[in-house]
Design a protein around this ligand. Structure first.
Ligand code: UTP
Length: 301
């Protein structure tokens, strides 16, 4: 059976980013850089690699710079041209989605992820779509995370949630799924809960910020009440949709970094620097020096 193709992706970027203040006072957290690219560029790259054709951003206050980032900067291009910086021009060209391939809408008030997704309803229309939370960055040697999920979707159809295994101590910070019998790291989902209290999680598989959803989620979100944290939770709406549609969990193969937290963001910077062909060697030398200093300090203290 063939399933309707996934052509559009939604990126909710209207959160406040309070954990990164003061960096995020005037700048969106999605524009913080991981080595030399803003976080949001890396997530859009993941979606493009998976074959996404249209990129929908749900934005909020101070987020205009994201729109500028995905537009041409004619003045800059002219200066680079005059200076003969052809490689830089080509790189910028390669990263830019084509004309008409991006859409922006406003959430107006940060009422929660479920509400942010609902704000994309007119732009998505009546077709299944991908949802990528820029908070989570993925890094894999093979297919990107979303590509792995689209491969699974092409087989199973319905709704797909990307999951990863964490320790029991970490489950209370995320949405957690319970699963039935499956194979090849793909399982039917039997339940889900947002930020379960310590010791009550139904499994160690957390919802890691990548989803493929059917458009029926929008009619559910329309009347979804506030849940955990007094926010409209996507997990609660998916839980209701689960009663009438199939959901599968796919365990992503590769690394992921929770860039919504400062430690995750710093770790992502180190991992992407160590994977950068031009920076890898020099950076590894500096990193080793720092770590040796740390070991020396802990031995002498
Ligand atoms: P978070 O709750 O992690 O983001 O939401 P936040 O609110 O920006 O972060 P802190 O806790 O204040 O530091 C996860 C994702 O959902 C988006 C965020 O932008 C982030 O990508 N989001 C969240 C919205 O777009 N709107 C919302 O109302 C809430």
């Amino acid at each position: 059976m063939t399933h309707r193709p996934i052509r559009k992706a939604v990126f909710p970027v209207a959160g406040l980013g309070t954990r990164f203040l003061p960096a995020t006072k005037a700048m969106p957290k999605e524009m913080l850089t991981i080595v030399d690219r803003p976080i949001i560029q890396r997530v859009v790259d993941e979606a493009r690699e998976a074959g996404i054709e249209h990129f929908i951003f749900v934005t909020g206050r101070n987020k205009g710079v994201i729109e500028d980032h995905f537009d041409r900067q004619a003045e800059l291009e002219n200066i680079l041209k005059a200076k003969g910086k052809h490689e830089e021009i080509e790189m910028l060209e390669e990263l830019l989605p084509g004309p008409g391939q991006t859409s922006f809408t406003r959430q107006q008030e940060p009422k929660g992820l479920g509400h942010a997704v609902w704000c994309a309803r007119e732009l998505v229309g009546d077709e299944p779509f991908a949802l990528l939370l820029p908070d989570m960055l993925t890094q894999s040697n093979g297919d990107s995370c979303l590509k792995q999920m689209i491969n699974g979707y092409n087989e199973k159809g319905g709704n797909i949630i990307g999951v990863e295994e964490v320790t029991s101590e970490e489950t209370d910070q995320y949405g957690v799924v319970s699963i039935g019998d499956g194979e090849n790291k793909c399982w039917p989902i039997t339940g889900m809960v947002e930020k379960p209290k310590a010791g009550t999680a139904p499994s160690n598989l957390i919802i890691m910020g990548r989803y493929i959803l059917q458009p029926e989620i929008f009619s559910i979100l329309k009347d979804q009440r506030e849940g955990a944290g007094n926010e409209i939770q996507l997990t609660d709406a998916m839980h209701r949709l689960m009663k009438v549609q199939d959901f599968h969990a796919i365990e992503y193969e590769g690394l992921s970094f929770d860039c919504g937290s400062r430690v995750g963001f710093l770790t992502a910077n180190v991992a992407f620097a160590l994977a950068h062909p031009e920076l890898r060697n020099d950076f590894a030398i500096e990193l080793r020096k720092l770590l040796e200093g740390l070991t020396h300090q802990s031995k002498t203290s």
